[in-house]
Unconditional design. Structure first.
Length: 503
């Protein structure tokens, strides 16, 4: 039975915006949420950098004004104020959020009236859904164009003219909003796919033909999406790092804790610059690594050592791949706890659960175990392909070690991509250590980033309408679904949009 919400719970949940007219509440919520999203991470990064610089200055016993500067030499107060003010720009993300939500609410009623006059044969439900979709589509198109209209240096180049006397021309590129578009596309595909699968499940359960295989597919879809997406991201991080955002590259590098010379060696093996059994002038790359770690110099020479030993991948943990995996797990677990534990403590302090400290410790330990297992599986997958299974596969000519050319060709293929591919295939299945509720959020988080790896970060401005069309259509699907069936928009996004769009 439906019951009205109590007067005691409503003010605490939405008391801050009760004085705002109901028609404007979604717009205000959207703007404030967008402002917090645009400002919060930047302020946190600025604060952490400021604290770190002050600590370094105190350790060096230097009482200078540089302690108050940011990494770019700007005073802390000026950088702080600049972050707050830049988010108020009319072409910024908060304005985009307000325009998207406000435009949808503003256009829905006129479109509904227009449809009721021109499409009288449609049912009221169909007219309502079509008007909502069209309103969201138009608002999404216009609001994204607002974001795209802002020119930034990273998407602007100066090209020389065709003739010697022609002045240089400024060339603008599209792609600045690609991550946002892929996020919307991923969410729309999840909504559509989830609804179709749900209807199939109801039909087959009613007919008594629902199978265990279909139940397994339901359970494993989110882990499979995460594993596929994270594997693609790791492949891109090694071979096509320019396809990933700089901050993403930096974070993966910190988590992987790998010597960059190893990454360069794998890249050159794939590009054919390092060739086993031949002197191509690449020995100094890993030769310098041998000198740093105290290994024999010939280990780094691909003309003499085929392949370079797996101990070099272990970076000082000894020759055993299994001991290296164990060492990787504990080192990565400790690194992850430094990140996850403070966040878990903050969330636990705001919750009403019993024993919040124990809950925070368990949550941080579980998330840290997931990340540590992810890193460990990636490295051990590389070792499996290089040392344990790859050399013995018949398709690679395994078992024939008498022919040096055969051996060089075999390990060229392994180090040219197969070993990295094995790590990419294994690492993402660490998601099974997380509980089911977290799996769907994490799968939907990494999927658009994996899709972004398939596209260039910049592309011709003339093709920008395709991105705008994809974003508008996808956003219209998600917004319509939130209004009709909020539970179908999974994860935190469904809750956030339901709160923002509610009256």
């Amino acid at each position: 039975m439906d019951t009205a919400p109590s007067s005691s719970s409503s003010p605490t949940r939405r008391g801050w915006d009760r004085s705002i007219p109901p028609a404007l509440r979604p717009v205000v919520r959207a703007y404030l949420l967008g402002y917090a999203y645009a400002v919060g991470p930047r302020l946190l990064t600025l604060l952490l950098q400021h604290v770190a610089r002050r600590r370094l200055t105190r350790r060096a016993n230097k009482q200078t004004t540089t302690a108050h500067d940011t990494q770019n030499g700007e005073p802390f107060s000026a950088a702080f104020r600049g972050i707050l003010m830049r988010a108020l720009d009319w072409q910024s993300f908060p304005t985009f959020c307000a325009a998207l939500v406000g435009g949808t609410a503003l256009l829905e009623r006129p479109l509904a009236v227009l449809l009721s006059r021109s499409a009288k044969n449609l049912s009221d439900i169909a007219r309502r859904r079509i008007s909502r979709w069209l309103a969201s589509f138009i608002a999404a198109w216009l609001s994204l164009r607002l974001l795209q209209s802002k020119q930034t240096p990273s998407f602007t180049d100066t090209a020389s003219g065709f003739g010697p006397n022609d002045p240089p021309k400024t060339v603008h590129y599209a792609g600045r909003t690609l991550d946002l578009t892929l996020f919307a596309v991923t969410r729309a595909l999840d909504v559509i796919g989830g609804e179709l699968w749900h209807r199939r499940k109801l039909r087959r359960q009613a007919a008594g033909t629902w199978t265990r295989a279909e139940s397994a597919i339901s359970r494993l879809t989110d882990p499979a999406v995460f594993a596929l997406s994270s594997g693609l991201i790791m492949w891109t991080w090694i071979y096509l790092p320019a396809r990933l955002p700089r901050a993403y590259n930096k974070w993966i590098g910190s988590a992987a804790a790998v010597d960059p010379r190893l990454i360069t060696a794998l890249q050159r093996c794939r590009q054919g610059e390092i060739v086993y059994g031949r002197d191509t002038g690449q020995a100094p790359l890993l030769g310098s690594m041998c000198a740093d770690y105290g290994w024999p110099a010939e280990w780094g020479d691909p003309a003499k050592t085929i392949p370079f030993p797996c101990e070099m991948v272990h970076m000082g943990c000894g020759p055993s791949c299994e001991l290296h995996a164990v060492s990787r797990f504990f080192r990565s677990f400790r690194w992850a706890m430094v990140t996850y534990l403070p966040l878990s403590l903050v969330l636990a302090a705001r919750s009403s659960y019993h024993h919040p400290l124990r809950r925070a410790l368990l949550s941080a330990a579980r998330s840290s175990s997931f990340l540590a297992t992810f890193i460990t599986l990636f490295y051990y997958g590389v070792c499996l392909a290089r040392n344990r299974l790859g050399p013995r596969l018949p398709m690679l000519g395994g078992g024939n070690d008498d022919d040096d050319d055969d051996q060089a060709s075999r390990f060229q293929r392994i180090d040219g991509g197969l070993c990295v591919g094995a790590g990419c295939v294994l690492c993402g299945w660490s998601i099974l250590l997380e509980h089911a509720g977290r799996r769907k959020d994490m799968a939907l988080f990494v999927a658009p980033r994996a899709l972004a790896a398939l596209f260039p970060r910049r592309y011709a401005l003339a093709a920008q309408w395709r991105e705008t069309l994809a974003f508008a259509a996808s956003t219209a699907v998600v917004f319509t679904c939130v209004a009709e069936n909020r539970a179908r928009v999974r994860g935190m996004m469904g809750s956030v949009l339901g709160t923002v769009l509610g009256k």
